[in-house]
Design a protein around this ligand. Structure first.
Ligand SMILES: [Zn+2]
Length: 65
């Protein structure tokens, strides 16, 4: 049985990629944003990126616990 092909696997892979992209965007921002680095808290942009990451993760079906 081909388990790594088909629409379900493809969908999962795509969702994983979206989660990874959102996570990278968030991390990259916090590493380069002076406000985030010095403030120790999420700025507005970071909050938005974090929200996107969480939404993507939720949409991915809770593969990670
Ligand atoms: Zn920031």
């Amino acid at each position: 049985m081909p388990e790594n092909t088909g629409p379900v696997a493809a969908k999962h892979t795509a969702e994983e990629a979206i989660v990874q992209t959102a996570y990278s965007a968030f991390i990259r921002h916090t590493q380069t944003c002076a406000e985030c680095r010095t403030g120790g808290m999420d700025c507005v942009t970071a909050a938005e990126l974090r929200q996107e990451y969480r939404a993507a993760k939720t949409n991915a079906g809770g593969a990670t616990r």
